[in-house]
Design a protein around this ligand. Structure first.
Ligand SMILES: Cc1ncc(COP(=O)(O)O)c(C=O)c1O
Ligand SMILES: [Zn+2]
Length: 399
């Protein structure tokens, strides 16, 4: 039997009523554990992992699953870069290879599919960019309208990949942290299924990354997985995936999950360091990694609770300088172009390795979004073009 359960108070809810958070305590809901079974290797993402997902609630097997070809992203062993930073078994999971260029597509496939099964004609999201483009794309694919709420001060360059899918786009003035809660209220009133960062069905889709890593590593899990964290939804989803694999007896352990936040907006790290039970709002976020700068992460308390009950979670910060250094290294030394927010995971590996603790470990840095998603660091640094007359080209290129 599929049901929703509160990650805070443990109360159960009917899975067929669209609901993201517990009406009793306000914490995120999640889907009950899956039955487990075989992976269908050549099917689209949701059908591939149907045995590990709430297949009934997602309507899997009744009609073809919603897909734009998400998942199956490369897991690359970066031998040279790994040697250089002292982590020879450094792997990167290139989530920028998803259809709209970010990891969000896994969760949007599941979330939009669920809304469609429940009969919604409109889906919505609150996002600084990646989730907005992703939900808009999957809504278009499903023949539904997307309502996208972005912060009014979002850099205009970030809007193009969203408007491409013609959603109903609104730039909302005011606090981004508050907008999440407001969207759920408005959605319930106006019949819009808001599929935000930690919606229970988005989390089901996002958790396929854990399942895919397990498969790509031949039925093993890595020693550590490093992820950039904003709302906390993605990290919670990875933990759910790995804990379920473990619970089903398919892996011997749950890998260490290292969540990284930017030093200029690190509400979860701050609560973790001080042993607090709840995150506190981060005043005045200031980082180039805008995609990971949620000042009041809606799944923050949930991650802190998981840590308290013994889940292998750690949280660290990296500075903008460290993020930019990792961003450049990835592209120039390994040919992998990730957006700065995503490169924070490599920056975290480099920072954590300083004490040698990752040296002999298999470490996966999740690169959550493609570099073309945010070209600001390159553009603001100024791009120089050395020129040369045609007849002097041979000399210029010699040596
Ligand atoms: C590129 C990128 N990385 C990481 C994250 C963080 O994910 P979450 O908000 O689920 O913690 C986001 C969120 O939008 C993102 O866009
Ligand atoms: Zn509750």
């Amino acid at each position: 039997m599929e049901y929703l359960v509160c990650t805070g108070c443990g109360k159960r809810r009917d899975i067929d009523v669209f609901c993201a958070r517990c009406p009793a305590c306000g914490e995120p809901l999640e889907v009950s554990p899956p039955p487990g079974g075989a992976v269908r290797s050549d099917a689209p993402l949701l059908e591939r992992y149907a045995a590990f997902l709430p297949a009934g609630a997602l309507g899997l097997g009744r009609s073809p699953a919603l897909t734009l070809g998400e998942g199956n992203t490369p897991l690359l062993h970066l031998e040279r870069l790994g040697e250089q930073i002292g982590v020879p078994r450094l792997l990167v999971k290139v989530e920028g290879a998803n259809p709209t260029g970010s990891f969000k597509d896994r969760g949007s496939a599941a979330g939009v599919q669920r809304a469609r099964v429940l009969g919604f004609s409109r889906v919505g999201t609150v996002s600084t960019g990646n989730m907005a483009a992703s939900v808009a794309a999957y809504a278009a694919r499903a023949g539904m309208q997307a309502v996208v709420l972005v912060p009014a001060d979002i850099p205009r360059a970030k809007l193009a990949p969203i408007v491409a899918y013609s959603p109903r786009l609104v730039g909302v003035e005011g606090d981004y942290g508050t907008l999440y809660g407001r969207s759920l209220e408005l959605g319930a009133r106006l019949g819009i299924a808001f599929i935000n960062s930690d919606d229970p069905f988005r989390v089901e889709g996002q958790k396929t990354l854990a399942l895919e890593l397990w498969q790509q590593l031949g039925g093993q899990v890595p020693d550590a997985v490093v992820v950039p964290v904003s709302s906390g939804g993605h990290m919670a989803a990875l933990l759910k995936g790995f804990e379920e694999l473990h619970g089903l007896g398919l892996t011997g352990r749950v890998p260490l999950l290292i969540g990284v936040q930017a030093a200029g907006c690190a509400p979860i790290v701050e609560a973790y360091r001080h042993g607090r039970q709840a995150v506190e709002r981060w005043e005045n976020p200031a980082t180039i990694a805008r995609a990971i700068s949620n000042p009041l992460p809606p799944s923050g308390n949930r991650l802190l609770r998981a840590h308290r009950r013994g889940a292998p979670l750690q949280f660290i910060t990296v500075t903008d300088e460290e993020i930019l250094a990792a961003y450049r290294l990835l592209a120039a030394e390994a040919g992998v172009f990730a957006q700065p927010d995503a490169a924070a995971s490599l920056a975290a590996v480099i920072a954590r390795q300083k004490d040698g603790s990752l040296e002999d470990k298999t470490v996966v840095a999740v690169l959550t979004g493609h570099g073309t998603k945010d070209l600001t660091p390159l553009e603001t640094a100024g791009i120089e073009l050395p020129t040369c007359p045609l007849d002097k080209l041979a000399e210029a290129l010699a040596g």
